[in-house]
Structures are given as C-alpha cells and as structure tokens.
Design a protein around this ligand. Structure first.
Ligand code: HEC
Ligand code: HEC
Ligand code: HEC
Ligand code: HEC
Ligand code: HEC
Ligand code: HEC
Ligand code: HEC
Ligand code: HEC
Ligand code: HEC
Length: 422
C-alpha cells in the first residue's frame, strides 16, 4: 500500500468517523475547526451551506492546521495548505473522491480523478503545472460545493454555459492553446441552448452532455454520431442506412455535425437539400453529382406531402368556421402530420425508395380527410336545402292556417248575426 493510499484511507476514516457529527459541522463550537471559524467568518459562512459541511468535512480536513489554537501561527501550524496551485486542488478533491470506501456511504462514483487525467484539461496540466485549465474547483467551487443536481452548482446543466464559457469564451486564454473561443456564444443561439436556457427543456444537452464532464474532450470523429445518436436515436438509425455512414471513422466520413454543425445547431429544414450553403448537399456535391438529384427528389417528395397537408388543413379550418364539427378530420390530419415528421427523419437514409411507403400512407390520410370533409359538406348542403324547404312550407302552412282561422271567425260572426236577426 503506497503512502498516498494509506493517507487517503486515513482521510476516509476521518470522514466516516465524523459523519455522525454531520449536524455539528465546522461552524459550531464543538467542531474541530471551531477555531478557524473564529477568524475566517467569510469562508465559514459560505462553507456552511455546502454538501461537505453536512458530511462532516471541516476546514482542517482540506487545509490542515491545528484544532483549538486561537493564535494564528499556532492555528496554521507549519504545514497549512493554501491549495492555490491547480495540482493541489485536483489531488485534494480527487484523492478523497476516488476513495471507494469513503464514497460508498454516499453512493457517489469514484472515477472523477482518473477520468480527469485523460481529459484535455488533465493532460495539459500534467505537462504544464501552471496551465489555465479547469480543475475540480473551476467546475464545482471550493467552499460552496453543492450537489450537481442543485441549480446553485456551477456544474448544473443550466450553469455550464457560464462555467465552461468563463474560460472557453476568453479569447486570450484560448489563443494560447490554439482553440476558438466561440462555443458558448454559438451554443446560446442553437436549438439546444435555446431549449435548455430559454424554454427550460431539460432533455436538451448542455456542454457536458456532449463532452463528458471529467473526461471533457471533443468527441472524436467516430464518437460524434454516438453523442448525437444517444438522444436522436430514430434519426441515427436512418442515418446508419445512408451511404454517408459507409466509412465511419475515415477522414472523409460524413457525420451529423457535417450538416448540422456542433455548437450552432440551427432548426433544420428541407432547404438543406438544395443549394450550396454550409451543411447543404451542394456544399460537398457538385451540381452534376447524382447525389444532388437524390437531394432534389427527397425535397420534392417530402414537400409535396407537406403542401397537400397544408392545403387540407386550410379547407378543414374554413369548414370549421362555418360551424361544422370536424373532430374526425382533425384526427386524420394529425396522423398525416405524424407521418410527415417520420418522413423527414427517414430522409437521413438518403433513399427516396425507402420513403415511398410512409409518403403513400401520408397521402392516404389526406385523401381520407378530404373524403370525410366532402361528405360532411354534402350533408351540410343537403341539410340547408331541407331546412329551406321546411321553412318555406312552415310559412305557407302558417299563412293557410291564418286564412282558415279568419274564415272560421267570419263564419261564426255571420252565424251570430243571422241568429240575432231571427
Ligand atoms: C487568530 C485568527 C486565525 C485563526 C484562528 C486561523 N486563521 Fe487562517 N488566517 C488568518 C489570517 C490573518 C490570514 C491571512 C494572513 C496569513 O496568510 O497568515 C489567514 C490565512 C489563512 C489561509 C490562506 C493562506 C494563504 O496563504 O493565503 C488559510 C487557508 C487559512 N488561514 C486557514 C485556516 C485554518 C484551516 C484555520 C484553523 C485550523 C485557521 N486558518 C485559523 C487568521 C487566522
Ligand atoms: C473541501 C475542501 C475545503 C474545505 C472544507 C475548506 N476549504 Fe478553504 N480552500 C479550499 C480550496 C481548494 C481553496 C483554494 C481556492 C482557490 O484558489 O480558488 C481554499 C482557499 C481558502 C482560503 C484562501 C482564500 C483566498 O481568497 O485566498 C482560506 C482563507 C480558506 N480556504 C479558509 C477555509 C476555512 C476557514 C474553511 C472552513 C470553514 C475552509 N477553508 C474549508 C478548499 C477547502
Ligand atoms: C470541466 C468541469 C469539471 C471538472 C474539471 C470536474 N468536474 Fe466534477 N462534475 C462536472 C459535471 C458537469 C458534473 C455533473 C455530472 C456529469 O455530467 O457527469 C460533475 C459531477 C461530479 C460529482 C458527482 C458524482 C458524479 O460523478 O456524477 C463529483 C463527486 C465530482 N464531479 C467531483 C469532481 C472532482 C473530484 C473533480 C476533480 C478531480 C471534478 N469533479 C472535476 C464537471 C466537472
Ligand atoms: C475528505 C474527503 C473529501 C474531500 C477532500 C472533498 N470531498 Fe467532495 N464530498 C465528500 C463527501 C463525503 C461527499 C458526499 C456528501 C453528501 O452526499 O452528503 C462529497 C460531495 C461532493 C460533491 C457533491 C456530489 C453530488 O452531486 O452529490 C461534489 C461536487 C464534491 N464533493 C466536490 C468536491 C470538490 C470540488 C472538492 C475539492 C475542493 C472536494 N469535493 C473535496 C468528500 C470529500
Ligand atoms: C478554468 C478554465 C476552464 C474551464 C472552467 C473549462 N475549461 Fe475546457 N479547457 C480550458 C483550457 C485552457 C483548455 C485548453 C487545454 C487543452 O485542451 O490542452 C481546455 C480544453 C478543453 C477541451 C479540449 C479542446 C481540445 O481540442 O483539446 C474541451 C472539449 C473542453 N475544454 C471542454 C470544456 C467543458 C465542457 C467545460 C465545462 C464543463 C470546460 N471545458 C471548462 C479551460 C477551461
Ligand atoms: C450537441 C453537442 C455539443 C454541445 C452541447 C457542446 N459541444 Fe463542444 N463540441 C461538440 C463536437 C461534436 C465537437 C467536435 C468538433 C467537431 O467535430 O465538430 C466539439 C468541440 C468543442 C471544442 C474543441 C474546439 C472546437 O471548437 O472545435 C471545445 C473547446 C468545446 N467543444 C467546448 C464546448 C463548450 C464550452 C460547450 C458549452 C457552451 C460545448 N462545447 C457544447 C459537441 C458539442
Ligand atoms: C442530451 C440529448 C441530446 C444530445 C446529446 C443532442 N441533442 Fe439534439 N436535441 C435534443 C432535444 C431535446 C432537442 C429538442 C429541443 C427542443 O425542445 O426544441 C434537440 C433538437 C435538435 C435539432 C432540431 C430538431 C428540430 O426538429 O428542430 C437538431 C437538428 C439536433 N438536435 C441535432 C443534434 C446534433 C447534430 C447533435 C450532436 C452534435 C445533437 N443534436 C445532440 C437532445 C439532444
Ligand atoms: C447529409 C446531411 C445530414 C446529415 C449527415 C444529418 N442530417 Fe439531420 N437533417 C438533414 C436535413 C436536410 C434535415 C431536414 C429534413 C426536412 O426538414 O425535411 C435534417 C433534420 C434533422 C432533424 C429534425 C427532424 C427530426 O426528425 O426531428 C434532426 C433531429 C436531425 N436532423 C438530427 C441529425 C442527427 C442526430 C444526425 C446524425 C446521426 C443527422 N441529423 C445527420 C441533414 C442531415
Ligand atoms: C460534408 C460533405 C457532404 C455533405 C454535406 C453531403 N454529402 Fe453526400 N457524400 C459525401 C461523401 C464524402 C460521400 C462519399 C461517401 C462514401 O462513399 O464513402 C457522399 C456520398 C453520397 C451519396 C452516395 C453516392 C454514391 O456514389 O454512392 C449520396 C446519394 C449522397 N452523398 C447524397 C447526399 C445528399 C442528398 C446530401 C444532402 C442532404 C449530401 N449527400 C450531403 C459528402 C457529403
């Protein structure tokens, strides 16, 4: 057992031994670090709300120093750790968090440190101890460490764009490493950034969902599809059938990001099948390339269905305004729209033949909508004619009834006059 392992076992023991004192903590009188708190009120206040305070970790666990002493020199002792160097931070946090025994009670993973050393951040730190890379503290803070599920944590999905962007938008820092500094700005404008940050859709990815947190690296060429496909599994399955997925991993490989981009994923649309803009078929395939014909055919086929659905929707809306009840027809159109969505996902296979079936069914649903609407329109018209005739008859009948009543009254009067005269 190495000295370091023994030390970390010891730390683990200290944590577990202190766990029952969880509600005591370092900011109260009976904590071993009560003396530190006397002079360091600012740090203590912040620390008080952290996960560590609740777990019985104290100032002394991380910084060393002497319990009880109220004189600066005696309290700090000779080996007080200021923890300012990036490496000291990584080792402090990482060693306790990789201790399986210490972490078991809390059900936490223990791979953060080993993953960290494989990340771009960790590898650069190994080469240059003063590198401006992320350490555990950059992403979790030092004293106010919260659960990563707590929205106050800098590692929380809604905070990552600010936390990662804090460094990755710093053009001067990034220039030192030959990296662009546009990821956070692009991400904010993307479908993903808007969904997460503006609409609160928690299923949309934050930085670490695509990059990993502790092993943060750009996904390698052959991982990109996996990263996107993790969430977009239907599209991914169709993409795998396409000629673009024939040579995965090769430098010529076409991936999700070749067409959609990585950080600035914009709402996609059929226009991408046409023209030469970035990500459109024509950005890679010349005008006379048969691939362009495939793109045009996919566009034509899918847009024809889209246009038919739109037209039917207009007619259904107009009929609704005339007071017809159209629940059934709206149901058919919903089905047609569902098939259109499926067709758009299926275009990723780049095979017009594969689309035939779903497009036919879509057209079928529109035809059914139209038939049903026509029947209701006919009934509506017939009913109007019938109502007209009925109204007309009622009027005529009413008139006749009036005349008859007058006739009766006339006759009665005449009879009365006749008998009075007798
Ligand atoms: C009597 C007051 C007093 C007590 C008790 C005390 N400190 Fe300090 N501490 C100071 C002062 C003053 C400074 C800033 C000057 C210095 O660096 O010595 C300081 C600085 C520090 C620093 C920053 C060191 C640096 O180089 O920037 C750390 C870390 C620290 N204290 C931890 C502790 C811990 C842990 C304890 C408890 C074991 C403790 N202190 C107890 C007064 C105190
Ligand atoms: C989980 C480990 C941990 C615990 C517990 C902890 N600290 Fe720290 N502390 C750090 C780290 C890491 C740094 C360095 C932060 C940095 O450079 O960003 C630090 C920095 C400091 C500093 C220097 C601040 C500065 O601005 O230069 C002081 C003072 C300090 N801690 C006091 C305390 C006191 C008092 C407590 C107890 C209430 C405490 N710490 C608890 C990890 C810890
Ligand atoms: C680049 C930012 C970043 C760095 C550096 C980082 N973390 Fe994390 N950490 C995260 C994120 C984000 C999460 C949220 C879970 C996830 O997405 O994996 C997390 C989760 C955690 C968790 C919760 C359990 C888990 O693994 O899910 C612990 C504990 C943790 N980190 C400790 C550490 C330690 C210790 C270090 C240093 C060795 C470290 N982190 C370095 C971003 C970071
Ligand atoms: C002495 C051991 C020890 C040290 C040192 C330590 N931690 Fe922890 N940490 C723990 C324990 C124990 C927990 C579990 C607390 C709980 O769940 O109540 C924890 C919890 C966490 C969590 C919350 C995980 C989650 O999402 O549930 C994060 C994040 C974290 N620590 C990061 C750090 C960072 C960053 C440092 C260095 C500044 C650090 N830890 C230093 C023991 C330690
Ligand atoms: C404290 C500043 C800092 C923070 C915070 C930070 N990074 Fe970094 N990151 C860097 C620096 C500096 C580099 C360049 C070093 C390298 O990769 O060799 C880097 C490199 C990277 C790389 C590798 C780029 C490449 O091509 O090698 C990725 C990916 C990355 N960071 C993602 C993230 C993510 C995701 C987060 C947040 C969860 C994050 N970073 C937080 C400073 C930071
Ligand atoms: C939807 C997935 C996704 C999200 C979200 C994401 N990235 Fe990336 N990122 C990638 C991919 C994929 C690459 C690899 C480059 C490529 O092949 O296009 C990359 C590359 C990078 C690089 C390497 C340099 C570069 O720009 O090529 C850094 C640094 C980086 N991302 C940081 C971030 C940060 C910071 C965030 C959050 C603001 C973030 N990423 C969000 C997918 C994502
Ligand atoms: C963590 C899951 C997740 C990952 C990883 C992910 N996405 Fe997304 N993506 C979503 C969610 C959720 C939405 C819907 C956002 C909304 O609510 O509008 C979305 C939306 C999209 C859209 C817009 C769809 C539309 O109909 O407007 C595209 C295009 C897209 N993602 C492409 C990608 C690409 C390319 C990658 C990989 C670089 C990727 N996604 C990675 C979850 C993910
Ligand atoms: C060759 C270019 C290209 C590639 C590669 C590509 N897409 Fe698309 N993607 C498109 C086009 C074009 C559309 C728009 C289709 C439409 O609106 O008719 C689209 C639409 C989408 C949509 C929205 C439609 C839906 O079904 O929700 C998502 C999500 C999406 N793509 C994700 C991905 C993912 C994930 C990958 C990788 C597995 C990927 N795309 C690969 C061109 C591409
Ligand atoms: C990023 C560049 C790029 C974009 C954008 C792109 N392609 Fe491709 N495409 C390629 C490459 C490279 C190949 C050759 C793949 C192979 O055979 O390994 C290819 C092959 C094809 C093939 C097969 C041709 C054959 O000879 O077998 C078709 C069909 C195709 N693409 C259609 C499209 C359509 C439709 C679009 C737009 C939705 C598109 N491509 C967008 C680069 C691209």
């Amino acid at each position: 057992m190495s000295a370091r392992m023994r030390l970390s076992r010891l730390t683990a023991f200290a944590v577990l031994a202190l766990a029952p004192a969880a509600f005591a903590g370092s900011s109260t009188q009976d904590s071993p670090a009560a003396n530190c708190v006397t002079c360091h009120g600012k740090e203590a206040r912040v620390f008080q709300a952290s996960v560590h305070e609740r777990a019985g970790v104290t100032c002394i666990t991380c910084h060393g120093g002497t319990s009880g002493a109220l004189d600066v020199a005696a309290a700090h002792g000779e080996h007080l750790k200021d923890l300012k160097s990036p490496r000291a931070k990584v080792e402090l946090c990482g060693n306790c968090h990789s201790d399986v025994d210490a972490m078991r009670a809390f059900g936490l993973r223990t791979d953060q440190l080993s993953l960290y050393w494989t990340s771009g951040h960790g590898r650069t730190l190994t080469e240059d101890p003063t590198a401006g890379v992320a350490t555990c503290v950059s992403c979790h803070s030092s004293h106010d460490v919260y659960s990563v599920k707590d929205p106050l944590s800098p590692a929380h999905p809604t905070k990552q764009v600010a936390t990662c962007g804090g460094c990755h938008s710093d053009a001067q820092l990034m220039a030192k490493y030959g990296l662009p500094a546009d990821q956070a700005a692009e991400y904010r404008t993307s479908v993903h950034g808007k969904a997460l940050l503006e609409l609160g859709h928690r299923a949309a990815p934050a930085c670490a969902d695509c990059h990993g947190s502790h092993g943060a690296l750009p996904p390698r060429v052959d991982d990109v599809e996996f990263v996107c496909g993790n969430c977009h599994s239907t599209v991914d399955a169709h993409f795998k059938q396409s000629p673009h997925a024939r040579n995965p991993g090769s430098s010529a490989a076409v991936e999700c990001v070749s067409c959609h981009g990585n950080h600035a994923v914009t709402p996609p649309g059929p226009a991408m099948f046409l023209g030469e803009d970035a990500g459109h078929c024509g950005s890679c395939h010349a005008v006379d390339d048969p691939a362009r014909t495939v793109g045009q055919k996919l566009f034509d086929d899918v847009e024809r269905l889209a246009a038919t659905i739109e037209e039917a929707e207009r007619d259904v809306r107009a009929a609704g305004e005339r007071g017809l009840f159209l629940g059934e027809e709206r149901g058919y159109l919903d089905d047609a729209r569902g098939l259109l969505v499926r067709a758009r996902a299926m275009t990723h296979a780049l095979s017009p033949v594969l689309l035939d079936d779903v497009l036919e069914r879509g057209k079928g649903m529109v035809a059914q909508t139209r038939d049903s609407l026509a029947t209701k329109n006919r009934v509506f018209r017939d009913r109007r004619i019938f109502t007209g005739i009925f109204l007309g008859l009622t009027v005529v009948f009413g008139l006749m009834l009036g005349m008859y009543a007058r006739e009766i009254r006339g006759r009665a009067r005449r009879a009365a006059v006749g008998s009075g005269g007798a």
